[in-house]
Ligand binder design. Structure first.
Ligand SMILES: Nc1ncnc2c1ncn2[C@@H]1O[C@H](COP(=O)(O)OP(=O)(O)OP(=O)(O)O)[C@@H](O)[C@H]1O
Ligand SMILES: [Mg+2]
Length: 365
């Protein structure tokens, strides 16, 4: 028959799905006893009606089923009190009592990918969404930041249907398809235009990085706003190790603007690591590829910048539909040509590994 200590030891190996840490270390196990093989548990969950409670219960049952002599498991889930939540946030937050908050990304092993372009509507948000999931599908911990504070679209595209949870002093991002997301969309009313002035915006972006429980993801993928304004400057300041991925369409005009984004990256000393060409072709019912927006823009831009063309994404109605209803194509149709293209880009980004490429000789037209 297992002892109370053995039950506790087995629970130590269970991570809270929301917070990604051991439920024992997080102080979530309120009671764990075992009498004649009957295990009786009380688990304190930080957030009322936590959407991941079922996932947690399954993980607990699985961990205990490995213990010999367990006959039954009675697990009760109760919501933590305000004091308990604060104690939990003290355990989670990376800064100590009375210390200044820290930005976890300046000095961590997390690779930061900033998806940019010089022009709107080329598919940055779609690419951020699908690339994030494709990286998660490769087994990585992935977080996404929707830095497009005016035109936020990632909550809808990723299919996130709930706001972040507040645990003590920390904001815990919701997850969808294995990706944690923070977006200005969670903090504003969709119908109200957001009017942010420079300093406020800077502060808001900083809070996204410091007050949010990110865990320690392998990747942070950022949907940058179109253009090269205040936000890009702030992001570069907060995330000096960010690697820029430029999105362009095959036509030369789009390539010009994408080049501007590259110029911006250069100015703020972020390294461009690659180009993704979007809307490269449309495959008709006849099986032929139609290059609706021309061809060669991505390859030319990559060549001019001295970086790789990481991939080409075809124009497919399913990609737009998946973005509209929160079922991104890499999840909805993983075998499709577009999903495979995202998988290829994720693989390539992984292979490249973190690096900084300096191009002092680079001249932006
Ligand atoms: N390869 C594609 N095939 C079909 N539709 C696409 C493709 N890429 C993007 N779209 C659609 O084009 C529209 C614009 O894409 P998206 O919102 O990703 O671009 P964006 O660069 O983030 O735009 P914005 O500058 O407005 O933020 C969306 O409706 C999206 O679903
Ligand atoms: Mg967008």
């Amino acid at each position: 028959m297992p002892t109370d200590e053995q039950v506790m030891e087995a629970l130590r190996g269970v991570d809270d799905p929301e917070l990604g840490r051991s439920i024992v270390d997080l102080g979530m196990v309120r009671r764990a006893s075992a009498k004649r093989g009957a295990v009786d548990l009380e688990i304190g969950i930080p957030i009322e009606g936590a959407p991941d409670a079922a996932e947690l219960e399954n993980a607990i049952r699985e961990a205990l089923s490995g213990l010999e002599g367990v006959k039954s498991i009675d697990a009760r889930f109760t919501t933590m009190s305000e004091d308990e939540r604060h104690a939990l946030s003290d355990r989670l937050r990376p800064w100590g009592d009375g210390q200044a908050r820290v930005n976890p990304f300046t000095d961590s092993r997390t690779r930061v990918l900033a998806v940019s372009s010089g022009k709107g509507g080329v598919g940055k948000s779609s690419i951020t969404t699908n690339l994030s999931i494709a990286l998660a599908q490769r087994g990585h911990q992935v977080a996404a930041l929707d830095a497009d504070v005016w035109g936020f679209s990632m909550p809808r595209m990723l299919g996130v249907d709930r706001p972040p949870s507040i645990v003590g002093e920390l904001i815990v991002p919701p997850r969808a398809h294995g990706v944690r997301l923070i977006s200005m969309g969670f903090f504003t009313d969709e119908d109200q235009p957001v009017i942010w002035r420079g300093p406020m915006l800077h502060k808001a972006l900083e809070q996204f990085l410091t007050d949010v429980w990110w865990g320690e993801p392998d990747y942070l993928v950022i949907d940058m706003p179109p253009g090269t304004g205040d936000i890009s400057l702030s992001m570069a300041q907060f995330l000096p190790r960010a690697e820029v991925i430029i999105v362009t369409t095959p036509q030369v005009a789009a390539q010009r603007v994408a080049q501007r984004a590259a110029g911006m990256a250069d100015k703020v000393r972020l390294s461009v690591v690659g180009v993704v060409e979007n809307m490269s072709w449309f495959t008709g019912d006849d099986g032929k590829r139609y290059e609706i927006f021309g061809s060669g823009g991505g390859a030319d831009l990559a060549h001019d910048l001295g970086v790789e063309l990481l991939g080409q994404i075809p124009l497919v109605p399913a990609l737009r539909e998946g973005g509209d209803d929160g079922h991104p194509i890499v999840v909805a149709a993983p075998d499709s040509e577009a999903a495979q293209a995202f998988a290829g880009i994720a693989a390539r980004v992984d292979e490249m590994g973190p690096r900084r490429i300096a191009h002092p000789e680079l001249k932006i037209l």
